[in-house]
Design a binder for this molecule. Structure first.
Ligand code: TXA
Ligand code: MG
Length: 364
């Protein structure tokens, strides 16, 4: 692929402070309308976008990301009105959920309007739509129109949550990157299919199952219940390798009732790697909560310790931390979160990123 110049546009995410920079957003919008492609910030992860209606530009997004053509893109809108115009039926449930959660981390699958080119939705007759909660990006969409975008990363790698991480994957391949600061949530939106009899969650994400259950009856797609995609999942993306560092090996340690058991298993693995001759900088511990001081001191002899204060913090920093320590010969031992609320969304990502290397300690 020929290398091109990627313009980096830095904008303060706080609207009251980017008034003077509307010109920069206008400029990015102009590039999009000319068929260029670029990266924009959202509250979940960064997106790699093209105008949803521009077939050639959308094709380029697939190519640049190395994404399978059978894996459709989410279309990002700036208003409910715009979402309605992209579908043939924006039903009552869609309206209620949009009013409640947009702008925010919820993607709704709805019957697609013929105006959306089939390359954008990989030939499906549905479209995933979301209104992101980011003022810069909402303004960009208002100026340019609906933007089709996957997460801004090379396919299979952890999603980009900072402009710096995105640059590593995409610099020289795209026309611009808008740096709006680190993504606040740090992992992707929840995807809900509203075309089935009972609304079905296809991917857990920034809006929890519980939040949705409080409002409507929802089901979980089989691929989520089974923990892996079998056959043909409803969200094609669930089929592909995902969220994994390029070189480092992730080992996931999931809870099974007692957190102490999980911590003990991580400690044991750390010691084993140490005894095998791994250096401290080759072993990374990621914890989903604080750990006792004595345990931390002991583990520091085996590796680098990152203990986050709670599941939200873990979620916000997980992908960035994977990327930071991604080197050949490195092991990343990560503790799953408590399995409720947002913890479930994060655990799905941890499990997938571990590519089968999952430890669930037996409880006694
Ligand atoms: O938070 C997010 O959702 C981020 C930001 C950039 O908005 N986007 C994101 O896009 O995660 P991506 O492409 O990495 O994941 C989109 C997922 C894929 O698994 C894809 O298969 C599924 O959404 N999807 C998109 N359109 C669909 C459709 N019409 N039916 C079923 N699944 C769909
Ligand atoms: Mg992705």
């Amino acid at each position: 692929m020929q290398k091109i110049k990627t313009q980096l546009i830095k904008i303060n995410g706080d609207r009251s402070r980017w008034n003077g920079q509307v010109r920069e957003i206008e400029w990015a919008a102009k590039l999009l309308t000319e068929g260029k492609i670029g990266v924009f910030p959202t509250e979940t992860v960064y997106g790699l976008g093209a105008l949803a209606m521009n077939e050639a530009a959308v094709s380029r997004v697939f190519k640049v990301k190395g994404r399978n053509r059978s894996n459709p893109l989410i279309v990002h809108v700036s208003s409910i009105q715009e979402a309605i115009s992209l579908t043939t039926e924006f039903n009552e449930t869609a309206m209620m959920l949009a009013n409640k959660f947009w702008p925010g981390p919820l993607t709704m699958i709805l019957p697609k309007n013929a105006c959306i080119p089939s390359v954008t939705t990989s030939g499906l007759d549905t479209v995933g739509i979301r209104m992101p909660r980011n003022e810069i990006t909402l303004e960009l969409i208002r100026l340019a129109g609906p933007i089709a975008a996957p997460s801004a990363n090379e396919s299979t790698l952890p999603s980009g949550t900072t402009a710096r991480d995105v640059m590593k994957d995409l610099n020289g391949k795209i026309d611009f990157i808008i740096d709006g600061g680190a993504s606040g949530i740090g992992f992707e939106s929840t995807i809900i299919d509203l075309t089935s009899d009972v609304p079905t969650i296809l991917r857990r994400g920034g809006i929890t199952e519980e939040e949705l259950q409080n409002l409507i009856e929802v089901r979980l797609d089989r691929s989520i219940i089974k923990g892996k995609a079998e056959g043909k999942p409803k969200a094609p993306g669930m089929m592909f390798k995902h969220y994994s560092p390029k070189y480092a090996k992730v080992i996931a340690f999931m809870h099974n009732g007692s957190r102490m058991q999980t911590l003990y298993a991580i400690d044991q693995k750390g010691k084993e790697l140490h005894d095998e001759g791994k250096k401290v900088k080759q072993v990374i511990f990621i914890f989903s909560g604080q750990i006792p001081d004595r345990m931390r001191d002991r583990m520091k002899r085996f590796g680098t310790v990152c203990a986050f204060s709670d599941a939200w913090q873990l979620g916000r920093h997980l992908f960035r931390t994977y990327r930071e320590f991604d080197k050949r010969g490195t092991f990343i031992l990560v503790e799953g979160a408590e399995n409720y609320g947002i913890g479930r969304s994060i655990n799905d990502r941890i499990r997938i990123s571990a590519n089968g290397n999952i430890v669930v300690p037996t409880t006694y």
